[in-house]
Write a protein that binds this ligand. Structure first.
Ligand SMILES: CC(C)(COP(=O)(O)OP(=O)(O)OC[C@H]1O[C@@H](n2cnc3c(N)ncnc32)[C@H](O)[C@@H]1OP(=O)(O)O)[C@@H](O)C(=O)NCCC(=O)NCCS
Length: 274
Protein backbone atom coordinates (compact mmCIF):
# COMPACT_ATOMS: atom_id res chain seq x y z
CA UNK A 1 0.00 0.00 0.00
CA UNK A 2 1.61 3.29 -1.08
CA UNK A 3 0.31 6.62 0.22
CA UNK A 4 1.11 9.67 -1.90
CA UNK A 5 -0.03 13.34 -2.14
CA UNK A 6 -3.03 14.04 -4.36
CA UNK A 7 -2.40 16.04 -7.53
CA UNK A 8 -4.74 17.86 -9.86
CA UNK A 9 -4.46 15.11 -12.47
CA UNK A 10 -6.02 12.70 -9.91
CA UNK A 11 -9.27 14.68 -10.02
CA UNK A 12 -11.13 12.39 -12.47
CA UNK A 13 -10.62 9.37 -10.17
CA UNK A 14 -11.35 11.50 -7.07
CA UNK A 15 -14.61 12.69 -8.60
CA UNK A 16 -15.52 9.09 -9.29
CA UNK A 17 -15.00 8.31 -5.57
CA UNK A 18 -17.20 11.18 -4.37
CA UNK A 19 -19.88 10.41 -6.98
CA UNK A 20 -19.90 6.72 -6.05
CA UNK A 21 -20.67 7.75 -2.45
CA UNK A 22 -23.44 10.13 -3.68
CA UNK A 23 -21.60 13.17 -2.29
CA UNK A 24 -22.02 16.73 -3.55
CA UNK A 25 -18.44 17.75 -4.40
CA UNK A 26 -17.60 19.00 -7.89
CA UNK A 27 -14.33 19.19 -9.78
CA UNK A 28 -13.93 22.75 -8.42
CA UNK A 29 -14.29 21.41 -4.84
CA UNK A 30 -11.51 18.85 -5.31
CA UNK A 31 -9.31 21.49 -6.97
CA UNK A 32 -9.92 23.89 -4.08
CA UNK A 33 -9.11 21.29 -1.42
CA UNK A 34 -5.87 20.24 -3.10
CA UNK A 35 -4.88 23.91 -3.62
CA UNK A 36 -5.60 24.75 0.05
CA UNK A 37 -3.55 21.84 1.40
CA UNK A 38 -1.25 20.37 -1.26
CA UNK A 39 0.93 18.68 1.37
CA UNK A 40 -1.96 17.22 3.41
CA UNK A 41 -4.31 15.65 0.87
CA UNK A 42 -3.33 12.04 0.27
CA UNK A 43 -4.44 9.00 -1.65
CA UNK A 44 -3.72 5.34 -2.25
CA UNK A 45 -3.24 4.24 -5.83
CA UNK A 46 -4.21 0.93 -7.42
CA UNK A 47 -4.47 0.10 -11.14
CA UNK A 48 -3.17 3.61 -12.02
CA UNK A 49 -5.97 5.43 -10.22
CA UNK A 50 -6.69 6.77 -6.74
CA UNK A 51 -8.91 4.28 -4.89
CA UNK A 52 -8.85 5.88 -1.43
CA UNK A 53 -8.57 9.53 -0.38
CA UNK A 54 -8.26 11.97 2.55
CA UNK A 55 -7.90 15.73 2.80
CA UNK A 56 -6.49 17.65 5.77
CA UNK A 57 -7.08 21.38 5.76
CA UNK A 58 -5.48 23.54 8.43
CA UNK A 59 -7.37 26.44 9.98
CA UNK A 60 -4.39 28.34 11.44
CA UNK A 61 -2.50 26.73 14.34
CA UNK A 62 -5.53 25.73 16.39
CA UNK A 63 -7.36 23.32 14.15
CA UNK A 64 -6.99 20.95 11.19
CA UNK A 65 -9.95 19.34 9.45
CA UNK A 66 -9.89 15.85 7.94
CA UNK A 67 -12.35 15.25 5.13
CA UNK A 68 -13.10 13.36 1.94
CA UNK A 69 -12.36 9.98 3.54
CA UNK A 70 -13.46 7.75 0.69
CA UNK A 71 -12.55 4.27 -0.48
CA UNK A 72 -13.72 2.85 -3.79
CA UNK A 73 -16.34 0.14 -3.16
CA UNK A 74 -14.14 -2.51 -4.79
CA UNK A 75 -11.25 -1.74 -2.40
CA UNK A 76 -12.99 -1.45 0.98
CA UNK A 77 -12.08 -3.40 4.11
CA UNK A 78 -8.36 -3.49 3.31
CA UNK A 79 -7.36 -0.84 5.85
CA UNK A 80 -6.91 1.96 3.28
CA UNK A 81 -9.06 4.58 5.04
CA UNK A 82 -7.50 3.72 8.41
CA UNK A 83 -3.99 4.07 6.95
CA UNK A 84 -4.80 7.40 5.28
CA UNK A 85 -6.40 8.91 8.38
CA UNK A 86 -3.45 7.72 10.51
CA UNK A 87 -1.11 9.29 7.96
CA UNK A 88 -3.07 12.58 8.13
CA UNK A 89 -2.88 12.54 11.96
CA UNK A 90 0.90 11.93 11.86
CA UNK A 91 1.31 14.78 9.36
CA UNK A 92 -0.87 17.27 11.26
CA UNK A 93 -0.24 16.40 14.91
CA UNK A 94 2.71 18.75 15.52
CA UNK A 95 1.18 21.62 13.50
CA UNK A 96 -2.14 22.19 15.29
CA UNK A 97 -3.79 21.79 18.69
CA UNK A 98 -6.84 19.85 17.49
CA UNK A 99 -7.81 17.63 14.59
CA UNK A 100 -11.53 17.32 13.91
CA UNK A 101 -13.88 15.81 11.33
CA UNK A 102 -17.54 15.15 10.63
CA UNK A 103 -18.09 11.39 10.55
CA UNK A 104 -20.72 9.37 8.73
CA UNK A 105 -21.98 6.30 10.59
CA UNK A 106 -19.77 4.13 8.32
CA UNK A 107 -16.68 6.27 8.96
CA UNK A 108 -17.18 6.62 12.73
CA UNK A 109 -15.66 3.29 13.87
CA UNK A 110 -12.52 3.98 11.80
CA UNK A 111 -12.00 7.32 13.61
CA UNK A 112 -12.97 6.06 17.07
CA UNK A 113 -10.26 3.38 16.80
CA UNK A 114 -7.73 6.14 16.03
CA UNK A 115 -8.65 8.09 19.18
CA UNK A 116 -11.31 10.56 17.97
CA UNK A 117 -14.10 11.29 20.43
CA UNK A 118 -17.65 12.45 19.76
CA UNK A 119 -18.14 16.21 20.12
CA UNK A 120 -21.55 17.16 18.74
CA UNK A 121 -24.11 16.33 16.07
CA UNK A 122 -24.27 17.98 12.64
CA UNK A 123 -27.15 17.56 10.22
CA UNK A 124 -27.62 17.97 6.49
CA UNK A 125 -30.96 19.54 5.48
CA UNK A 126 -32.13 19.75 1.87
CA UNK A 127 -34.68 21.87 0.00
CA UNK A 128 -36.20 20.94 -3.33
CA UNK A 129 -36.38 23.68 -6.02
CA UNK A 130 -39.09 26.27 -5.44
CA UNK A 131 -39.41 30.06 -5.66
CA UNK A 132 -38.70 32.31 -2.68
CA UNK A 133 -39.91 35.90 -2.43
CA UNK A 134 -37.59 38.37 -0.75
CA UNK A 135 -39.48 39.85 2.19
CA UNK A 136 -36.62 41.14 4.32
CA UNK A 137 -35.73 44.84 4.28
CA UNK A 138 -32.07 44.37 5.28
CA UNK A 139 -29.57 45.78 2.77
CA UNK A 140 -27.48 42.95 1.36
CA UNK A 141 -23.89 43.61 0.24
CA UNK A 142 -21.09 41.57 -1.32
CA UNK A 143 -18.96 40.08 1.47
CA UNK A 144 -15.31 41.02 2.05
CA UNK A 145 -13.87 38.46 4.49
CA UNK A 146 -13.45 39.88 8.00
CA UNK A 147 -10.96 37.57 9.80
CA UNK A 148 -11.68 38.62 13.37
CA UNK A 149 -15.46 38.37 13.01
CA UNK A 150 -15.44 34.82 11.64
CA UNK A 151 -12.82 33.65 14.12
CA UNK A 152 -14.83 34.94 17.06
CA UNK A 153 -17.70 32.58 16.17
CA UNK A 154 -16.05 29.66 14.31
CA UNK A 155 -13.23 29.51 16.88
CA UNK A 156 -10.23 29.26 14.51
CA UNK A 157 -8.61 31.23 11.67
CA UNK A 158 -9.97 30.11 8.30
CA UNK A 159 -9.43 33.11 6.02
CA UNK A 160 -7.73 31.14 3.18
CA UNK A 161 -10.75 28.83 3.04
CA UNK A 162 -13.26 31.70 3.15
CA UNK A 163 -11.44 33.56 0.37
CA UNK A 164 -11.36 30.43 -1.79
CA UNK A 165 -15.08 29.73 -1.22
CA UNK A 166 -15.90 33.35 -2.00
CA UNK A 167 -13.97 33.17 -5.29
CA UNK A 168 -15.70 29.93 -6.37
CA UNK A 169 -19.22 30.82 -5.23
CA UNK A 170 -21.33 33.73 -4.05
CA UNK A 171 -21.36 35.60 -0.77
CA UNK A 172 -23.66 38.10 0.87
CA UNK A 173 -23.38 40.24 3.96
CA UNK A 174 -25.49 42.37 6.28
CA UNK A 175 -23.29 45.14 7.71
CA UNK A 176 -22.79 44.70 11.43
CA UNK A 177 -24.44 41.26 11.58
CA UNK A 178 -22.69 38.62 9.44
CA UNK A 179 -22.42 36.75 6.17
CA UNK A 180 -23.55 33.74 4.14
CA UNK A 181 -21.93 31.98 1.21
CA UNK A 182 -23.16 29.43 -1.32
CA UNK A 183 -21.47 27.40 -4.03
CA UNK A 184 -22.44 25.01 -6.80
CA UNK A 185 -22.55 21.28 -6.05
CA UNK A 186 -22.86 18.04 -8.00
CA UNK A 187 -26.37 17.31 -6.64
CA UNK A 188 -27.49 20.60 -5.07
CA UNK A 189 -26.30 24.11 -4.33
CA UNK A 190 -24.44 24.21 -1.01
CA UNK A 191 -25.50 26.94 1.44
CA UNK A 192 -22.71 27.73 3.93
CA UNK A 193 -20.81 28.91 5.78
CA UNK A 194 -23.28 31.33 7.35
CA UNK A 195 -22.18 33.15 10.49
CA UNK A 196 -24.59 35.79 11.76
CA UNK A 197 -25.29 37.33 15.14
CA UNK A 198 -29.03 37.87 14.67
CA UNK A 199 -31.72 35.48 13.49
CA UNK A 200 -33.47 38.16 11.45
CA UNK A 201 -30.24 39.03 9.61
CA UNK A 202 -29.67 35.29 9.05
CA UNK A 203 -33.17 35.09 7.57
CA UNK A 204 -32.33 37.97 5.20
CA UNK A 205 -29.14 36.22 4.05
CA UNK A 206 -30.74 32.79 3.59
CA UNK A 207 -33.61 34.43 1.72
CA UNK A 208 -31.12 36.23 -0.56
CA UNK A 209 -29.44 32.91 -1.48
CA UNK A 210 -32.76 31.10 -2.01
CA UNK A 211 -34.29 33.95 -4.04
CA UNK A 212 -31.32 33.76 -6.43
CA UNK A 213 -31.28 29.95 -6.59
CA UNK A 214 -34.94 28.96 -6.24
CA UNK A 215 -34.60 26.78 -9.34
CA UNK A 216 -32.00 24.52 -7.66
CA UNK A 217 -32.06 22.02 -4.82
CA UNK A 218 -30.14 23.49 -1.89
CA UNK A 219 -28.35 21.74 0.96
CA UNK A 220 -27.62 23.32 4.33
CA UNK A 221 -25.40 21.70 7.01
CA UNK A 222 -26.23 22.93 10.50
CA UNK A 223 -25.89 22.23 14.21
CA UNK A 224 -29.26 20.93 15.50
CA UNK A 225 -28.31 22.64 18.79
CA UNK A 226 -28.88 25.98 17.00
CA UNK A 227 -32.67 26.08 17.34
CA UNK A 228 -32.94 29.31 15.31
CA UNK A 229 -31.12 27.71 12.36
CA UNK A 230 -33.43 24.66 12.56
CA UNK A 231 -36.50 26.91 12.67
CA UNK A 232 -35.33 28.91 9.64
CA UNK A 233 -34.52 25.74 7.70
CA UNK A 234 -38.04 24.40 8.37
CA UNK A 235 -39.68 27.70 7.45
CA UNK A 236 -37.94 27.73 4.07
CA UNK A 237 -38.96 24.14 3.27
CA UNK A 238 -35.73 22.30 4.11
CA UNK A 239 -35.94 18.76 5.45
CA UNK A 240 -33.35 16.80 7.44
CA UNK A 241 -31.59 14.23 5.22
CA UNK A 242 -28.51 12.95 7.09
CA UNK A 243 -26.88 13.23 10.46
CA UNK A 244 -23.14 13.07 11.11
CA UNK A 245 -21.06 13.10 14.28
CA UNK A 246 -18.45 15.80 14.77
CA UNK A 247 -15.42 14.08 16.31
CA UNK A 248 -12.27 15.59 17.83
CA UNK A 249 -8.71 14.47 18.58
CA UNK A 250 -6.49 16.61 20.83
CA UNK A 251 -2.90 16.74 19.55
CA UNK A 252 -1.36 17.32 23.01
CA UNK A 253 -2.59 16.37 26.47
CA UNK A 254 -2.86 19.98 27.71
CA UNK A 255 -4.81 21.63 24.85
CA UNK A 256 -7.68 23.95 25.71
CA UNK A 257 -11.02 23.40 23.94
CA UNK A 258 -11.78 25.54 20.88
CA UNK A 259 -14.54 27.94 21.82
CA UNK A 260 -17.13 28.05 19.07
CA UNK A 261 -20.31 30.09 19.29
CA UNK A 262 -22.84 27.63 17.88
CA UNK A 263 -25.76 30.00 18.27
CA UNK A 264 -24.28 32.31 15.59
CA UNK A 265 -23.07 29.56 13.24
CA UNK A 266 -26.20 29.12 11.12
CA UNK A 267 -24.46 26.94 8.53
CA UNK A 268 -21.12 25.17 8.68
CA UNK A 269 -18.81 25.43 5.63
CA UNK A 270 -19.32 21.73 4.85
CA UNK A 271 -18.45 18.31 6.32
CA UNK A 272 -15.05 18.51 4.58
CA UNK A 273 -14.17 21.90 6.12
CA UNK A 274 -15.95 22.23 9.47
C1 LIG B 1 -15.83 4.56 5.48
C2 LIG B 1 -14.86 4.11 4.39
C3 LIG B 1 -14.01 5.32 3.98
C4 LIG B 1 -13.98 3.03 4.97
O1 LIG B 1 -12.99 2.72 4.00
P1 LIG B 1 -12.09 1.39 4.08
O2 LIG B 1 -10.87 1.66 3.29
O3 LIG B 1 -12.92 0.23 3.75
O4 LIG B 1 -11.74 1.41 5.64
P2 LIG B 1 -10.80 0.40 6.43
O5 LIG B 1 -10.51 -0.78 5.59
O6 LIG B 1 -9.65 1.17 6.95
O7 LIG B 1 -11.70 0.02 7.63
C5 LIG B 1 -13.03 -0.40 7.41
C6 LIG B 1 -13.25 -1.78 7.97
O8 LIG B 1 -12.39 -2.74 7.37
C7 LIG B 1 -11.66 -3.46 8.40
N1 LIG B 1 -10.33 -3.77 7.89
C8 LIG B 1 -9.25 -3.01 7.97
N2 LIG B 1 -8.20 -3.64 7.42
C9 LIG B 1 -8.65 -4.82 6.97
C10 LIG B 1 -8.06 -5.92 6.29
N3 LIG B 1 -6.76 -5.95 5.99
N4 LIG B 1 -8.86 -6.95 5.93
C11 LIG B 1 -10.16 -6.96 6.23
N5 LIG B 1 -10.77 -5.95 6.89
C12 LIG B 1 -10.02 -4.91 7.26
C13 LIG B 1 -11.61 -2.51 9.51
O9 LIG B 1 -11.41 -3.17 10.72
C14 LIG B 1 -12.95 -1.90 9.42
O10 LIG B 1 -13.89 -2.79 9.96
P3 LIG B 1 -15.22 -2.37 10.65
O11 LIG B 1 -16.27 -2.81 9.69
O12 LIG B 1 -15.25 -3.12 11.91
O13 LIG B 1 -15.22 -0.88 10.81
C15 LIG B 1 -15.62 3.53 3.16
O14 LIG B 1 -16.53 2.58 3.61
C16 LIG B 1 -16.34 4.57 2.33
O15 LIG B 1 -15.78 5.19 1.42
N6 LIG B 1 -17.65 4.80 2.67
C17 LIG B 1 -18.47 5.78 1.96
C18 LIG B 1 -18.03 7.19 2.29
C19 LIG B 1 -17.97 7.47 3.78
O16 LIG B 1 -18.93 7.29 4.52
N7 LIG B 1 -16.77 7.96 4.21
C20 LIG B 1 -16.54 8.32 5.60
C21 LIG B 1 -16.71 9.77 5.73
S1 LIG B 1 -16.64 10.28 7.40
Amino acid sequence: MKIRPLRSNDIPSLLELSQQAGWNQTQADWERMIALAPDACHGIEADDRIVSSTTGIRHGHDLAWIGMVLTHEAHRGRGYATALVQHAIDHLRDKVAWIKLDATDTGKPVYARLGFQDETEVQRWERKPGPVEKASSYLIHEYAVDPSFDRAYFGAYRVPLLNALRRDGESCFVVGYGYAMSRPGARARHLGPCVVRSTEAARALVEDVLAKHGGESVIWDLFPSNADAVRLAKQYGFQPMRHLTRMALPCRPDVLPILRNESSVFAIAGFEYG
